[in-house]
Unconditional design. Sequence first.
Length: 278
Amino acid sequence: METLKTHAVHGGTLRYLKHDSATTGTPMTLSVFVPAGEGPFPVLIWLSGLTCTEDNFTTKAGAYAAAAEHGVIIVAPDTSPRGEGVADDPAYDLGQGAGFYVDAMQAPWAPHFRMETYVVGELISLIDAEFPTTKTRSISGHSMGGHGALTLALRHPHLFRSVSAFAPISSPTRCPWGEKAFTAYLGDDRAAWDAHDAALLIETGVGEGCYDDILIDQGDADPFLVEQLKPELLVAAGKAAGQAITLRMQPGYDHSYFFMASFIADHVAFHARRLKGP
């Protein structure tokens, strides 16, 4: 891995990194915060939302004070492959910056857009090989990244101790963002979409018994709440399946990083308790 830049922050070290990914066939970028001390440390993977790179969370979320306090490594990868020869779309909600954390099966996306395999396979292996980790980890994210965190945790529960999300796309099969992306990446067979829909996964018992609770924060002034995010579908699925979900509706908060910065310490603490517990 190539180190692009390094910063001291809250006693720890923040690195911006780049590596050649065998999964996506492109260079991939990420940031990694390591607390002070020798470790080893557990890991929190953060997945960002539409249009973001690794830099949005890294510079705006204010997560590193809590990570330093609890002794947690935080890893924030880019949201998609990028570069010359990588398929793209002029719209903000498809293509580069909008990988949706699935492995695309349709042209022209399939050769490079393999974000599920990248995160749960190559990224985890790379971090465990290069940094002083305990080989235990949790996952969180925002919006599209909240969808990614939930679905990857449910589909691969052996990899994660806990999962949380900010304003996640709770049921992409039932919202415009998800329908557009899934049609492009996965094809017209809607049955194939269900395996990447957090609410439907919970409802059908995927990941059953693996997570004692799922923490969701959602601003009630979020302009995407009604049409795109639909957290009530997650809550209903949890009730039907017996999965505990703590949905905290935050009055006056929107979809921005100001919202996330206000509550990110709670999420780091939520994961730290589970990462360091029995």
